[in-house]
Write a protein that binds this ligand. Sequence first.
Ligand code: M6R
Length: 369
Amino acid sequence: EKGGYETFMEKEIHEQPHAVADTLLGRTDDEGRLVLDEVRISEEQLGQIDRIVVVACGTAAYSGMVAKYAIEHWTRIPVEVSLAHEFRYSDPIADARTLVVSISQSGETMDTLMAVKHARELGALTLSICNTHGSTIPRESDAVLYTHAGPEVAVASTKGFSAQITAAYVLGLYLAQMRGGEHAVNAQAVMRELRNLPEHIQTVLDRMDRVIEIARFMADSRSVLFLGRNVGYPIALEGALKLKEIAYIHAEGFAAGELKHGPIALIEPGQPVFIVVPGPDTPHELHKKVVSNIQEIRARGARTLVIAEDGDEDVVPFADEVIRVPATLPLLMPLLTIVPLQIFALHLATAKGLDVDQPRNLAKSVTVE
Ligand code: M6R
């Protein structure tokens, strides 16, 4: 049942090209236009939306953060991301013009369910991005957009995450298409590139030998930091969460721009830091800014583990290790940059002799508030 892999987590990481491809399946017509037949909210209702609030927990909330950057850029609709348990009891503001998007692999997370129920009471439109057919959250929502990752068994979510990001992209591109004009033209171009991502993910998976070696060397690490910017920021948070969950190592993710506002004080000689570097085409010179962050921490003795696009030579002088991913559109990079961080956590935990599928103190779905 583990298909030749040692653990479910390893199997599920390797299923990501399929999880993404299957989540994209059937979502465009012959002309390449996005179709969302299964979403039972009319175009008219969707057209009236002036705000989106994403509610989710844990890894699903990080996929929501990726969604925020992408959907705002493609549609210009404001998107907020709220941890579901914080949203529910903060006296939140939502009405018929608010689309509340819940994201949940299991569809049974109680915190997320309570947020969805409350959003409905407030009169909001609710849409569930979910991986489990017939589960509670989609049943309690106005509409559902299923991810097609297949069953996820390991407690640490991997292919569920990639599929959630993919579904959120599809939703954003659909809304962009509805807005018409330039937005629609751009949506089709992005969709064409998104179709290449399963193959790119496979390329990353095929290149993981060095990351596995690094993970084994680092089995006795006490702390690992992760930096990212823009869509790389939630990837830094997710990379840190994976390491905490299955390897029980203190790990923290930061927005790279925050470094000098505090976290740089943590840098001492030998401190390992992963840096998720934006593609060189990312607007506002974010690439250059992150490269200078790498330079700053390297000068203070950090051991820099850099995740960068093929052909990005600017990072080389400041990197102890460069982990390469294929080039794609800046907003689509998370589907590639997360893979080495999943592999790293998996192999580090394995080297420590831990049960990666069933980490201590955790359950696959959290069904109490
Ligand atoms: O089933 P859900 O997506 O609603 O679960 C949400 C979180 O509990 C979940 O993502 C958790 O953070 C995972 N253990 C992460 O690996």
